[in-house]
Design a protein. Structure first.
Lengths: 382, 382
């Protein structure tokens, strides 16, 4: 009942990426084979994926992996992980050839038939996958390109956008008009590398909560403002970040981020969207959104829009997160405007959700807040 | 910038529901007013929403609220909650008239302008909303009909289905072809009451995990089997449950549920989908899916499909949940086949995820497992 699936049409960017990925796997396997044939112990050079090997350069715009490497040489102790690494790479190669994919969880289960090389825990297969991903990243290729997909949901999209996808089996072109879903929305797939876009939008609005997304979508906020609404649903998933990044790059669009006014909204949601995360530095270059700017809600908005009596006191976790951001986060350290904003928040001692604007009426956000903010994008936090 | 939004077209089921909802609110308000004019203290009769007031009748097919009532009479102690209840009902009435809605969180914030009647915590507004919902439920109306929407996501849909929605602003008809999303999917909106359907599908397949949904969708499993895939993403949300229920009712479709083989998959995901939840008994009649049957993964499947070495030992929480289901859950108590299955699971001492089928190859689930199961729907657990 499974159809093997025609691979994507010849000459597409996807086909070129697939060819590069297979070439990378073949090159690595070839090196091993050569070592063995020359009577040497085969070895792999892997980037060190720890926080100590991460740098942030404001101009580059994302957390980046440093040059530290670890060398994994075949020995009695490493034989198992060596075999696992090779088998996982072979699995990736087969999946590319057959135009298939595996979630991280499935990849773990696939190993159950590998005899002694089987993974006992998913943590093991995830770690090996991260190593392979780091190798691929050095070649400009992401894990999705190796056909290992995340388990988690993408976000939702509505507005002035047509997504150009393909029938995964026949390769036939598919057009998805994101204006045409009524109160519903387009769910971002787990891999977005092959998607192309057509749009007349002027910006992307990336929204923290589902409730706010639904409000803006139901009132077709995107129609008059000519924008694309993306629901992040908390910290955006890899697929959502990559979708926004590719949209921003290929369609030359700025991205305005609209979250709650709290340290989680700043340091977890916005910062991850914009520059990536510290413990996945080997992939941030694909997943960061350099053109993201923070629209709000800002601490100053709490004052300017009279939200004080709709705030909540900062909790202990909020305060810790804010202090951590000031002390340890190279992104915030590089932006004095963010330092001021976080200090202001700590001084005020309160946080405000984006829904707090409902205090002035359910649609105050559409009638007042967003128009006033959008009139002055240069005022957005960097 | 907000357009008030034309209400739905005259004579639609939605308009009739709206009229009934407004009539209910007006009747209640009228009774209060009458009491006051006659010099009596106004009172509200509210169903008791506690587990003690819940019954399960196999033929009805859902957890149901009993007849116990509480009477809330206006007094010095109840003045605030009395005012809050009336204001929240007035908010619902306005939203229906303006074709708008509020998430539960927004409804809480709206109260910040009510002076002394403001809610201090969302828990307060949620409790009052539950009371109003229970009142409405007695009239066959749900909370969504009062225009209070849940914050959480709906599920995703792909396959042999066209959803008929309307442009929320103009009322214009919109057709959403769920075969046309490539690797993406249709995101279920937060309120589905107004949707209509067109389909040639033979069944609905409700799937626990996003990864499995993506696999079946990417391989267009729905095409040859003529089905509709719904991703539940764990315990299905209200919107997802109601969507499946309406689909099953209006299109006369059976619903096959495909989850992990563990007590969470049985007792939390499947049981909630089929009969609802114990602590929201006043609404289960709208949200249950009586035609749901459990396709798998069953404990017997672990044996029949050779999954033993891809299982995990039952954890303490699993065992507790399984024992609770056997001891305290009227749904399982009413079905001897379920009692046997749960006892078998406890005896085997292991659980299996739906992804465990990947042990036999990534697409074993499509090539072997599902065809064998689907050939014998009468073997599904009730």
């Amino acid at each position: 009942m499974v159809r093997k699936g025609k691979n994507v049409a010849a000459g597409t960017p996807q086909e070129e990426l697939d060819a590069r990925t297979i070439a990378m796997i073949d090159r690595l396997a070839g090196q091993m084979r050569e070592s063995i044939e020359q009577g040497e112990l085969p070895a792999m050079r892997l980037p060190v994926r720890s926080l100590g090997n991460v740098t942030y350069d404001k101009d580059k715009g994302y957390f980046e992996l440093g040059r530290a490497e670890k060398i994994r040489t075949l020995s009695v102790n490493t034989a198992r992980i060596f075999a696992q690494t090779l088998r996982l790479m072979a699995t990736a190669r087969t999946m590319i050839a057959q135009n298939d994919f595996a979630t991280k969880r499935e990849a773990y289960y696939v190993s159950k038939n590998w005899g002694d090389a089987r993974f006992d825990e998913q943590a093991e297969s995830d770690a090996v996958m991260d190593d392979i991903e780091a190798l691929a990243a050095a070649q400009g290729l992401s894990r999705e390109q190796l056909r290992f997909y995340p388990e988690s949901h993408g976000g939702s999209v509505a507005g002035e956008l047509t997504v150009l996808d393909r029938n995964p089996q026949t390769g036939e072109a598919i057009e998805i008009d994101c204006r045409g879903f009524g109160n519903g929305a387009y769910g971002i797939p787990r891999s977005v590398e092959h998607l192309q876009f057509r749009t007349r939008a002027k910006f992307v609005l990336a929204i923290e909560t589902g409730g706010m997304f639904q409000r803006l979508n139901s009132h077709r906020f995107w129609e008059e403002t000519k924008c694309i609404l993306v629901e992040m649903g908390g910290v955006p998933t890899r697929a959502t970040r990559r979708f926004i990044r590719r949209l921003s790059d290929t369609m030359d669009l700025p991205v305005w981020c609209f979250t709650d006014c709290d340290p989680y909204g700043f340091a977890n949601i916005y910062r991850t969207l914009k520059v990536g995360s510290g413990n996945a530095a080997h992939i941030n270059r694909f997943f960061c959104v350099p053109r993201a700017r923070y629209l709000g809600v800002t601490p100053q908005d709490i004052i300017d829009f009279g939200l004080k009596d709709a705030t909540h006191p900062l909790g202990r976790a909020d305060i810790k997160r804010a202090r951590d951001a000031l002390k340890n986060d190279p992104f915030f350290a590089a932006h004095p405007q963010w330092i001021s904003a976080i200090e202001q928040l700590l001084e005020m001692g309160v946080r405000a959700e984006q829904q707090a604007l409902a205090k002035w009426g359910l649609n105050y956000v559409i009638e007042e807040y967003l128009p006033r903010k959008l009139a002055n994008p240069t005022g957005f936090l960097p």
